[in-house]
Write a protein that binds this ligand. Structure first.
Ligand SMILES: Nc1ncnc2c1ncn2[C@@H]1O[C@H](COP(=O)(O)OP(=O)(O)OP(=O)(O)O)[C@@H](O)[C@H]1O
Ligand SMILES: NCC(=O)N[C@@H]1O[C@H](COP(=O)([O-])[O-])[C@@H](O)[C@H]1O
Ligand SMILES: [Mg+2]
Length: 387
C-alpha cells in the first residue's frame, strides 16, 4: 500500500481517491477549506494554504507520503523539487507541476523550446504594459492571469475600451500571488479538444481517443468522446503531446489542450493531471477512466491497452448564486433515463457558475455524437441547484 498526499480536493480529486481506495491505497486529502469533495472519501485530511511553502513542508514532514499528487495549479510548487530530492515521487514530476502552475513557464517551453504552434502571445505586469502587449498581438485577444484555472480572470478584448477592464478582471481572478497576465491572439478555431496522454515509467506513452468540448467564460460546459478529428490533425496533436509531456517528465495522465484550425493544430495548454473535460470518461467510454489511468501510471501498474468502448458526453451542473448547503432537485428525473448517470460533488457552498455536479450519457459508437451531447445537455437542465 502507498501513502498518497493529494494537494487539492475538488471533484477531480474525489474520483481519483475513489479509484485509489478501490485498490487499497492510503490517501490524505488537502485543500484550503474543510469538507472538500475528495476529503469526504479520503482516510485523512488537512486544511492549509497550499501556496505557503512552510505549511506544505509541515504536512509533508508529518505524513511522509510516498507520492504527492497535485490536483490544482495554485500550490507553492517550487518546494516540489526538494520533496523529490527527499525521495518522494511528485506526480507526474516536480517539473511538470511547477511549469504548469504558471502559464509563462509552460507556454515558453512549448512555443520557444519545443517549437510547437501556439497563438501569438505576450506578457504584461501593469495595465500600461497590457496596452502595449495588445498592440503587438492585435485585437481580438484573450487575457488570462498567469495563475488561474477554469477561466477565472479570463476575458476577451474586442475593443480598446476593454483593455483596462480586462486588466482589473484578471487581477481579481488571479489565484496565486503573481500579478501578471498573458495576452494571446484570439484563435478562431472550429473546434477544440483535450488529448488525454498517459506517460509511464516504462517510457511508453499512450493516448486516449480525443475529447471534444465547448467552453463558456473559459470554463467547460459539455465534453464528448470521441471527438471528430482528422487523422492528420490527430497525428499532429499526438506528436505535440508526446513532445511536451516528455519534456516535463514523470509518469501520469496529462490533459493536453488543442485548438483545431484549417491550417492545423494549435497547442493551448496542459494539465499534468486528470482534466475536467475528461470527466466524460466517467460515462464508461473507455476500459479505464482518466482517474484510474492516472493512478495506474503513478503506481507503475501496467496498462495493457486503452480501449474506447462507447461514445459518451458530460454536461455540467452549475450553481447560480452564493449559498451554503445548496440542495438539488430533479435527480429522480435524471435517474429514470436510460444510458444516463450523474455525479453530485458534495461542495458545501455555492457561488455563481461554480460546478456542483455533472451529467453523463453514453451510447454505442455508431450513434451520432451530437445526439449524445444533446442528451447530456438536456438532461443537465433537469437538475436545479436550490440556494
Ligand atoms: N487564444 C485563445 N483564442 C481563442 N480562445 C481561447 C484562447 N485561449 C483560451 N480560449 C478559450 O478559453 C478556454 C479556457 O482557456 P484556458 O484553457 O487557457 O483557461 P484555463 O483557465 O486554464 O482553463 P482550465 O484550467 O479549465 O483548463 C479555452 O478552452 C478556449 O475555449
Ligand atoms: N479546470 C480545473 C478544474 O476543473 N479543477 C477542479 O475543480 C476544483 C476546484 O473547484 P472549485 O473552484 O469549485 O472549488 C479543483 O479542485 C479540481 O477538482
Ligand atoms: Mg484549459
Amino acid at each position: 500500500m502507498s501513502k498518497i498526499l493529494l494537494l487539492g480536493s475538488g471533484e477531480l480529486g474525489k474520483e481519483f481517491v475513489i479509484a485509489a481506495q478501490r485498490i487499497g491505497q492510503y490517501i490524505i486529502a488537502v485543500d484550503n477549506y474543510a469538507n472538500a469533495p475528495a476529503m469526504q472519501v479520503a482516510h485523512e485530511f488537512e486544511v492549509i494554504n497550499m501556496l505557503d511553502g512552510s505549511e506544505l513542508d509541515r504536512i509533508v514532514a508529518k505524513h511522509k507520503p510516498d507520492f504527492i499528487v497535485p490536483e490544482i495549479e495554485a500550490i507553492r510548487t517550487e518546494r516540489f523539487y526538494d520533496y523529490e530530492k527527499q525521495g518522494i515521487t511528485v506526480v507526474p514530476s516536480a517539473k511538470a507541476a511547477n511549469f504548469t502552475m504558471n502559464r509563462k513557464a509552460i507556454r515558453d517551453l512549448a512555443a520557444k523550446d519545443l517549437g510547437l504552434r501556439t497563438a501569438n502571445y505576450r506578457y504584461a505586469t501593469t495595465a500600461d504594459e497590457l496596452q502595449k502587449a495588445v498592440e503587438e498581438v492585435g485585437i481580438p485577444c484573450v487575457v488570462k492571469p498567469l495563475m488561474s484555472s477554469s477561466g477565472k480572470g479570463q476575458s476577451t478584448i474586442k475593443t480598446q475600451e476593454d483593455i483596462v477592464k480586462a486588466w482589473n478582471y484578471s487581477v481579481e481572478g488571479s489565484r496565486g500571488d503573481v500579478v501578471e497576465v498573458i495576452v494571446e491572439a484570439f484563435v478562431n478555431f472550429y473546434s477544440e479538444i483535450t488529448l488525454l496522454t498517459v506517460t509511464q515509467k516504462n517510457n511508453q506513452t499512450l493516448f486516449c481517443a480525443p475529447i471534444g468540448h465547448r467552453q463558456e467564460r473559459g470554463d467547460y460546459q459539455e465534453s464528448w468522446q470521441p471527438a471528430k478529428v482528422s487523422d492528420k490533425d490527430l497525428v499532429e496533436a499526438q506528436e505535440m503531446a508526446r513532445k511536451v509531456t516528455e519534456a516535463l517528465g514523470g509518469a501520469g495522465l496529462f490533459g493536453v489542450e488543442f485548438f483545431l484550425k484549417d491550417e492545423g493544430v494549435y497547442f493551448s495548454e496542459l494539465s499534468p493531471r486528470p482534466h475536467d473535460t475528461g470527466m466524460v470518461t466517467l460515462a464508461g467510454t473507455q476500459n479505464f477512466n482518466e482517474f484510474e489511468l492516472h493512478l495506474r501510471a503513478i503506481l507503475s501498474l501496467p496498462i495493457f491497452e486503452i480501449t474506447l468502448e462507447k461514445a459518451g458526453a458530460s454536461a455540467v451542473i452549475l450553481a447560480t448564486e452564493n449559498s451554503n448547503n445548496p440542495t438539488f432537485t430533479g435527480i429522480e428525473k435524471v435517474a429514470s433515463l436510460p444510458k444516463t448517470d450523474f455525479r453530485i460533488f458534495g461542495k458545501a457552498s455555492s457561488r455563481p457558475y461554480r460546478r456542483m455536479g455533472v451529467v453523463l450519457t453514453n451510447d454505442s459508437l455508431e450513434t451520432p455524437i451530437e445526439e449524445i451531447v444533446e442528451q447530456a445537455k438536456e438532461t443537465a437542465k433537469l437538475i436545479t441547484v436550490n440556494h
